[in-house]
Design a protein around this ligand. Structure first.
Ligand SMILES: Nc1ncnc2c1ncn2[C@@H]1O[C@H](COP(=O)(O)OP(=O)(O)OP(=O)(O)O)[C@@H](O)[C@H]1O
Length: 518
């Protein structure tokens, strides 16, 4: 086959395009334009096989609205003929098989349809039929000089181009699907695990601080008012540390009665005391290789503080009743809402323990110090409320937001979290699907009255009978009472159960049924 310079450069163009990164549509159009520039034709079409039909993806000299339409081979005998042959098919100028593009060709070809030349090539890539290329010309015998060899060369290149574009499309689709799945997973993980929300300067500084110390093995003391997010900070710190794959063991020092504190922290051997029927690991051993989070560390008695200090100094623990020590490799993160330095001054906290714990102090700001994060935080908690309460969409009225920005937040972020859940519950009454939280749904009085001081209005006390009947109204009323009491008790379920004179297990079950608890 002897190629002239124009044909040679056209083939080269197609070959080069094969490896170039470009959108499929552009790849197809460049291919058909190259074909049209080499073949003495007035119209050309590139069609791909999709669900056994042929779909035009690039056209030259044919009405562009045909792109994307499906041509069933059974209804278009010329296309059927081309598809069933692996050689180029030349249709006689007077062939009585109808042209698939009848009525859509450029005007002058249309007029001479009965006397035009037409060739079709099936496009095979790796033995698979991927498409069809057709060329039409006004002039009778226009393609007589074209060799089958040249047609086959173009067809082979066109087939590979189609196959490539299909692959790229499929990969992109897969990529998009994977991205969507990944986005969902991230969203889910965020909702489950919790992330530090906020982009104010104090929160940014907090995040920087966490990132800085996470990679080290230093003991960290997290301080801040109640509900500011100290536990969340501890979890984030552990998750960003090299111990992230190991356990984060949480010890609530405030809930550790003196009598069992030593055994809880260091474990015991069988028979160490009455009722010790089995040996048991303490929290230190459980956290071996990981992180031990001593929450509310300021509540520990001086006696336990002494034992804790010894364990930290020696890197060893002794189970109650045991003779030998066990070596442990534990990173300590402690948290308190007390002013520990003041506690040291008052003789209630050991100075040496304080210095061991406070190698790297991290202070979590009170919510009133980063009030500019309220919109982000409120949005975050409303999204959670939306999930918990099965609401389609919750929006916040600007007046409600303004009131929240003027409020004092003595209970900090936890108070905001509970307020958003309660407001969602209230606003949901009688609404279907979409819910808007207005000022009236918030229990904060403008002028910084705390919720506890706000009078319990009739509306708060008794939920109106909802559209869904008494059962729904009772549920909503119970929800409201539990959420209110929980908020008053700063999220403490045991105290809430006591206040409501309910057994804790019964309260948990009820809260779960009402969607207040996971
Ligand atoms: N910046 C924040 N972004 C998202 N959620 C937050 C943030 N700060 C706190 N929270 C949420 O507020 C709630 C209270 O936080 P957390 O329990 O960590 O507070 P705390 O300071 O440990 O409280 P306490 O001193 O009473 O133990 C949690 O549900 C936590 O996920």
């Amino acid at each position: 086959m002897v190629l002239n310079a124009q044909t040679h450069s056209a083939l080269l163009d197609i070959a080069l395009d094969l490896s170039a990164a470009m959108p499929s549509q552009r790849r197809y159009q460049r291919l058909i334009e190259t074909v049209a520039s080499v073949f003495p034709c007035d119209a050309a079409a590139l069609l791909i096989v999709q669900n056994r039909a042929l779909v035009p993806v690039a056209l030259h000299g044919i009405a562009p609205e045909l792109i994307g339409q499906a041509f069933e081979p059974s209804a278009h005998p010329r296309l059927e003929r081309i598809m069933s042959s692996q050689e180029p098919v030349r249709f006689e100028y007077d062939s009585d098989l109808p042209d698939p593009f009848d009525g859509h060709l450029a005007v002058d070809i249309e007029r001479s349809l009965d006397v035009h030349a037409c060739i079709g090539c099936s496009l095979y890539a790796e033995g698979e039929l991927v498409g069809v290329l057709t060329v039409d010309a006004l002039a009778q015998g226009a393609f007589d000089q074209l060799s089958d060899e040249l047609l086959a060369t173009f067809s082979a290149l066109a087939a590979v181009a189609l196959k490539n574009a299909n692959l790229v499309d499929a990969l992109q689709r897969m990529g998009q699907q994977q991205q969507a799945v990944a986005r969902e997973l991230v969203q889910e993980a965020r909702l489950r695990e919790g992330e530090i929300v906020g982009d104010s300067a104090p929160i940014q500084q907090l995040k920087d601080n966490i990132a800085r110390v996470a990679a080290s093995q230093l003991s960290v003391l997290i301080t801040g008012e109640t509900g500011t997010g100290k536990e969340l900070v501890a979890r984030t710190l552990h998750a960003q540390s090299s111990r992230a794959q190991a356990a984060l063991v949480h010890v609530n020092c405030a809930a550790l009665p003196e009598s069992v504190a030593e055994s809880e922290l260091f474990g015991h051997v069988k028979g160490a005391f009455t009722g010790a029927n089995q040996a048991r690991m303490g929290k230190f051993e459980l956290a071996n290789g990981g992180t031990l989070f001593l929450d509310e560390v300021g509540e520990l008695s001086l006696a336990i503080q002494a034992k804790l200090l010894r364990a930290l100094q020696q890197g060893e623990v002794q189970r109650v009743g045991a003779d030998a020590n066990v070596t442990v490799n534990v990173r300590i993160i402690a948290a308190t809402n007390r002013d520990l330095q003041e506690e040291v001054r008052q003789g209630r906290f050991r100075a040496d323990l304080y210095h061991r714990l406070c190698v790297y102090p991290v202070k979590v700001p009170a919510l009133k110090e980063h009030i500019e994060d309220i919109p982000l935080l409120a949005g975050h908690f409303l999204q959670q409320a939306q999930h918990k309460l099965g609401i389609e969409q919750i929006v916040l009225h600007p007046n409600a937001l303004k009131a929240m920005q003027e409020y004092d937040w003595p209970g900090n972020v936890r108070e905001l979290e509970h307020l958003m859940l309660r407001a969602g519950l209230k606003a949901r009454q009688g609404a279907n699907g979409r819910v808007r939280i207005d000022l009236e749904h918030l229990e904060i009085a403008v002028g910084s009255t705390t919720p506890e001081q706000a009078p319990l209005s009739n509306e708060n006390a008794v939920a109106p009978i909802a559209a869904n009947g008494l059962r729904d109204a009772v549920d909503q009323f119970q929800c409201q009472i539990i959420a209110n009491t929980l908020s008053k008790n700063q999220g403490n379920w045991a105290q809430t159960a006591r206040d409501l004179q309910l057994d804790r297990g019964n309260l948990f079950r009820l809260a779960k049924r009402l969607g207040l608890k996971d």
